[in-house]
Design a protein around this ligand. Structure first.
Ligand SMILES: [Fe+2]
Length: 310
């Protein structure tokens, strides 16, 4: 439930939907206000009003709202809200990075590596909370939050498989970049609510190849990220796309990326389906060894069950 308040009334613990500054000097949206730094930054803007969501944080009087507690009797604990804020912020940063790569032809590989590291740390802190948070992603952030989630899961799974640090770091970056080809697809197709035409479906199915062709123009992109971008929709029996490769031609890192990508998609909110629980998604994938590497599925399950999964 959204409420507009004078900016002087904001308090830590409120969930900030948006800050109405005319010159857009504070673009961050949808996060729990948790630090004095953010509080001061909002107060310093030219905004007069701030929009808060009292179902997700403190109300306009700084109290836990009745509306919020009624609307969400099992409201996320504070830690989950903080993780959501971190993920929202990371999605904004990733969006800027990827848009720059697509639009202006520049690539800050060191920046992407740092972002992947930070993201992995969020996931290490609490994979289960982060997983829950990504299920709440808003539609317009879908590709970015999905990429962050896949990056985080790939890092966790790489660690669980005891891959070396360098490979693990590269996989984190590869996860962030794996769907960059989607940014080349017109929005009308990418977010079309109804059924796709054959031609539109073909355009979507081309995103791995389109992303690969884009990324390979950058010499600094490691081969593992190129492979994952191009091959993350391939499956073991050769029925995937775009190349229809079979198991023997799919590296362990590509198989790892496919498992994380599919798991994340299944457990996410989509306009056309409810989010599957972690258990449902893992069971579904486990029952399809002709498509997915079972060892990876089992390991991913073990990574995500430090706390009970639902
Ligand atoms: Fe994809």
């Amino acid at each position: 439930m959204l409420v507009k308040i004078q900016k002087q009334r904001i308090r830590k613990g409120m969930f900030i939907e948006s800050v109405a500054c005319p010159s857009r000097e504070f673009a961050r949206r949808r996060f729990i206000l948790a630090s004095d730094k953010d509080l001061a930054a909002i107060l310093a803007t030219s905004a007069t009003e701030v929009s808060i969501n009292i179902a997700l944080g403190l109300d306009e009087n700084g109290a836990q709202s009745r509306a919020g507690s009624q609307a969400a009797p099992h409201a996320e604990p504070q830690r989950a809200q903080a993780v959501r804020g971190e993920i929202d912020q990371a999605a904004i940063t990733l969006r800027a990075n990827l848009r720059e790569i697509v639009g202006a032809g520049t690539l800050d590989m060191a920046g992407l590596s740092r972002a992947a590291d930070d993201n992995a740390r969020t996931w290490s802190d609490s994979a289960v909370i982060a997983l829950e948070v990504t299920r709440l992603k808003t539609k317009d952030e879908t590709t970015y939050v999905h990429s962050l989630a896949v990056s985080g899961m790939m890092t966790l799974l790489a660690r669980a498989l005891e891959l070396d640090d360098e490979t693990t770091g590269l996989l984190g970056v590869a996860g962030m970049l794996h769907d960059i080809g989607k940014l080349l697809i017109p929005n009308e197709i990418l977010t079309k609510p109804g059924a796709l035409t054959d031609a539109e479906r073909e355009i979507i199915r081309n995103h791995p190849e389109a992303g690969y062709q884009l990324l390979k123009t950058y010499p600094e992109i490691p081969q593992v990220a190129l492979d994952i971008c191009r091959l993350h929709h391939e499956v073991l029996d050769g029925s995937g796309y775009p190349l229809g490769l079979k198991q023997k031609d799919l590296s362990a890192t590509v198989r790892l990326s496919t498992v994380c990508d599919v798991f994340e998609a299944l457990t996410s909110v989509r306009p056309y389906k409810r989010p599957w629980t972690s258990t449902e998604a893992l069971d579904w994938m486990f029952a399809r060894p002709h498509l997915f590497d079972r060892k990876m599925v089992i390991r991913l399950g073990s990574v995500l069950v430090d706390a009970p999964i639902v």
